[in-house]
Every structure is written in C-alpha cells, then in structure tokens.
Write a protein that binds this ligand. Structure first.
Ligand SMILES: [Ca+2]
Ligand SMILES: [Ca+2]
Ligand SMILES: [Ca+2]
Length: 404
C-alpha cells in the first residue's frame, strides 16, 4: 500500500505521462498544392510539396486542371535530384516525375514550383487535382509510401480598385471622408500624410486633426486572395480657420459724460471666443468718433446724443480677430447709454430727482458690475462702483444742466 503513494513513484508516473503526452503523432505524408489567385492573363507560381515524407526516392504524379482556365507553362525549383514535367495544355494535365538518389529526401520536400498562366476570364475557377501514380522509398525494396493529397483551387480575379471619394466634411478638429464601395477589395487601407492609419471595411473615416491643419488622405483597395493593393487615390484638405465670435460684457449699463467729472466707461470683450484658436486683436469704435484696442477697453465719453426728447444710445462696435492665417474677424455692435454728467435718471436734466436717486442708493457698492441693481448703476455717476459723496458732488457741480 505504501508504495503506491511513494513520492518517487508518483514523480516517475507523472514524467512518463508527460513524455507520452508531448510525443507527436506520426504525421501522414501528403502531397499538396496551394490555393492560388491571379489576375486575368497573369502567370504565377504554385509550389507542389510532399509533406512529412521519409526517404522518398521516386515520385510520379499527375495534376489535372481545366485548360480553358489555366495553362501550365513550366515546372522549376525542384528539391529532387531530377525532375521532369510533361505538360499537356490541350487535355489539361501535367505529369511530373522526380528522382532522389542515395537515401532519398525526407521532410517537407518541394517537387516543383508549377508555373500557372490564367487563360480564362475573371471570376472563373478551376481545381488543381492531384493523382499519385507512384511514391516510393529510395532503396532496393521500392516500398510504396502511403500518401494523401490536398487539392487546391485556381481562381482568376479582377484586381482591386481604389474607391472614389464622395464627400469630405470638416469641423475645427476633425475631418470625415466618405467613399464609394471599393470593387474587388476586402477592405480599404487608409493612410494619412503617408502613414498607415487603419483598414476600413466601412465607407468612411473620421480623423481628429489640429485646427487649421492640412491633411492628405490616401485610399487603397486590398484584395486578400490576390494579396495585393490597388493603385491609390489622394485627397488633400486644409481645415479652414473658423471665425471667432465677438461679444461684449458691460460693467455699467448707465454711463455719463466724463470729460470734466471723471466717469470711465468699461467694455469687457473677454466673453468673446474663437473655436479653433484664440483672439489676437480687439478693436473698438466707441460710437463718438473715438476708437481703442484691447480685451478690456476704457473710454471716457465727451459727448452724448440727445434727440430733443430723450437720449439715443451710442453704438459701440467691437471687432475681434483671431490668431490663425488667414486672419478672420467677427464684429458686434452694442448700444451704450451715455448721459450728461450728473443725470442719474436719464431725463436730460440734473436736478433734485437725480439727487434723490443718489440719496436712496447711498452706500451701495458693486464688484464687477451693477447687474440687476439698475438704480445703483444710475446713481453711480462716476462709475467707481460706489454710490457716495463723489456722485453727490457731480450732481451739485452740474446742478441745473440740461441735455441739448
Ligand atoms: Ca479661428
Ligand atoms: Ca435727471
Ligand atoms: Ca460713484
């Protein structure tokens, strides 16, 4: 009993099992010819192999084919000492004999490279059917070597064609190409700027790109049976410069002439944007004949527009220009309220009503703009974001002024 569980015995048993399991089964000898696909009129080579053979001395086989589709034009490159083909392209067969001297040859032995010419039309096929007449070992016994055969197909295919590009659409950061179905091809190989990108079985390709870049796509059809590419088509596309979007944010909606009593009107263009770059230039026309530059513009108005009964807003024009070549602009116009100095309520007069607004809003402050606090905005006559004595002083100094 103890012996069965002896570790040495188990180790020996395991190693024996291992040896048995990795010993290959005796391979059967097979005479093969590979599948072959060619274009119409093309001549190609199909190797005729005797695989897993031992000490073969003589071989004699016949390969039958459809002579309306294939002609055999030769047999070369034998690993036998002597090989001779008898070709009959009228009847559709080639008989090939081979002799190896001495101990013969063993392993995977090439009998011949068979040269096959396509004489049929595209999409025609013929089998290459092997009959073994004789296969014997290289000794006095001349024992026949048992062997199977593996026949093959010879097919004629039209060559792959490149597709035709149907459309190209672009965004700031992408290009999409579409193309026609590609005849005689299993897939379309996509190269961009000469570099392989992918093999597409669909009829489109999306590619992410740098803004405003130039990309060249090349498309090749590929036929895996023929193992060859088509000619290719190219298309070069330059992503356009997408225009910027001009926008203006007011710090103060209500502004006053500031030529005597300081009132800076501030325009903020930082809310402008460019989808594929950045904005390089900001140009302002303030609506009173003056102009300026910069993302954040300040202007002190010296004039207003009174139509006899009320103020007309002045028109501010912002032009933003991006940083790509060629430069692209966008323009926006915005109205800006400008009143005479000291006029808080915008009625064209500086009087007790303006003083009242300042009094009511006394002490109000803002940080980056008055927002919803319209009266605070009106009462802040010097645009310093505080309603205090300085605003009251402006009213006092301008008391009785009338817009005209
Ligand atoms: Ca742009
Ligand atoms: Ca007023
Ligand atoms: Ca103020």
């Amino acid at each position: 009993m103890g012996k069965i569980f002896n570790p040495a015995f188990i180790a020996m048993l395991l190693s024996l099992l291992l040896v048995v399991s990795i010993t290959p089964a005796a391979a059967a000898t097979t005479i093969t010819i590979g599948n072959i696909f060619v274009e119409p009129g093309e001549t190609s080579v199909a190797p005729v192999m005797i695989e897993d053979v031992t000490h073969v001395g003589t071989v004699d086989i016949t390969i039958f084919y459809d002579p309306s589709i294939i002609h055999v034009t030769g047999a070369v490159n034998s690993e036998f000492d002597f090989m001779y083909p008898v070709i009959n392209n009228s009847a559709g067969f080639v008989r090939i004999g081979g002799i190896a001297y001495g101990e013969g040859v063993s392993g995977d032995i090439k009998l011949a490279d068979l040269m096959l010419e396509a004489v049929g039309d595209a999409d025609e096929t013929s089998t290459l059917s092997i009959t073994i007449n004789e296969l014997k070992v290289a000794d006095a016994t001349e024992t026949t070597i048992p062997s199977g055969v593996q026949n093959s197909n010879f097919g004629i295919l039209n060559p792959p064609q490149p597709p035709v590009i149907l459309s190209v659409t672009t965004g700031c950061h992408w290009i999409k190409w579409t193309w026609t179905a590609c005849s005689n091809s299993d897939f379309v190989e996509v190269r961009i700027n000469g570099i392989w990108i992918g093999n597409c079985t669909g009829q489109y390709y999306n590619y992410n790109v740098s803004p405003h870049s130039t990309q060249t796509i090349s498309l090749y059809g590929y036929n895996s049976s023929l193992n060859r590419y088509s000619t290719h088509i190219n298309q070069t596309i330059t992503i356009p410069n997408f225009p910027p979007v001009a926008d203006v944010r007011f710090v103060h909606w209500y502004n006053n002439v500031g030529s005597i009593y300081n009132c800076r009107t501030i325009f903020d263009a930082s809310v402008s944007s460019d989808p594929d770059g950045s904005i390089a230039y900001y140009q302002w026309s303030f609506g009173d004949g003056n102009s300026g530059i910069g993302e954040l513009a300040e202007h002190i108005y010296g004039s207003y527009d009174w139509n006899g009964t009320g103020y007309e807003p002045l028109t501010v024009t912002l032009t933003v220009t991006d940083d790509l070549d060629p430069l692209v602009n966008d323009i926006i116009t915005v109205p800006v309220n400008v009143y005479v100095a000291g006029d808080a309520n915008g009625d064209g007069r500086v009087n007790i009503l303006d003083a009242t607004i300042v009094g009511l809003e006394w002490g109000d402050t803002c940080i980056s703009g008055w927002g919803e606090n319209v009266n605070g905005d009106r009462a802040d006559l010097n645009n310093d974001c505080k309603v205090n004595i300085l605003d009251a002083v402006i009213i006092g100094a301008c008391w009785g002024h009338v817009a005209s």
